[in-house]
Design a protein around this ligand. Structure first.
Ligand code: 5GP
Length: 208
């Protein structure tokens, strides 16, 4: 099997990528709410909220969490292989109120690899919007539907052919576009000092 190249990313790398892209997102999309895809989207969403609050006069900017996992149906397939299905492990709370309707919703994840996860998240959230619309007066539905907007933010987007497409016109923001390599995130590390030490070595190596 081909050896996949790994790239270690540090908390500071992620923090600074988010810092650099947030003003553009605030200006162009100005989210009311974030939906973080767990577990990798949780930390980026929390960091982004700090910067969004700086630029958007302290909106409450609730972070909703959903959990999605790539199910590997074939025994012996690894996390780095394609051919996986997305399954829900957690979803928006069954709140009698309306979570999404009329809002500008930023979906946040750490990495866009095959795009299957983002595609699944967006299409399921759109179904939720339709369900929320059913409890609104019929006359207001078109206006509310049009006012509900989605955008995507990922810390890293891999430059590779995608296995799913997002609806055209969906605003899409990436902290950084990277080659098709495997990113090792700091929250997956056991000893963070060792992760950071190796990340610094890798960086030196790349700069040579
Ligand atoms: P996609 O559905 O775009 O193929 O994959 C999205 C999910 O797969 C991510 O949320 C993440 O959990 C996992 N994933 C894909 N590529 C990487 C990677 O390079 N590193 C890590 N740690 N996880 C990845």
């Amino acid at each position: 099997m081909l050896e996949v190249q790994h790239w270690r990313v540090t908390y500071n790398d992620i923090h600074n990528l988010i810092r650099s892209v947030t003003p553009k997102i605030a200006e162009e999309f100005n989210p009311d709410i974030m939906v973080a895809i767990g577990g990798g989207g949780f930390f980026p969403a929390r960091v982004m909220r700090t910067f969004l609050r700086e630029t958007t006069e302290n909106k409450s900017l609730q972070i909703q969490a959903i959990g999605l996992s790539l199910y590997e149906p074939l025994p012996g397939t690894t996390q780095e292989q394609i051919g996986r299905e997305v399954v829900r492990t957690q979803w928006l709370s069954p709140n009698p109120g309306k979570i999404l309707l009329g809002k500008r919703i930023l979906i946040v994840d750490e990495v866009d690899d095959t795009r299957k996860t983002l595609h699944y998240a967006l299409s399921e959230l759109q179904k939720d919007v339709e369900a929320e619309l059913l409890s609104s007066p019929e006359l207001e539905r078109d206006v509310l539907r049009a006012a509900t907007k989605f955008a995507i933010f990922v810390v890293h987007n891999k430059n590779k052919p995608k296995l799913a497409e997002l609806p055209s016109g969906t605003p899409y923001y990436a902290g950084e576009n990277v080659d098709d390599l495997w990113l090792d995130y700091p929250w997956e590390a056991i000893v963070i000092e060792e992760h950071d030490r190796l990340a610094a070595l890798d960086k030196k190596h790349r700069e040579k």
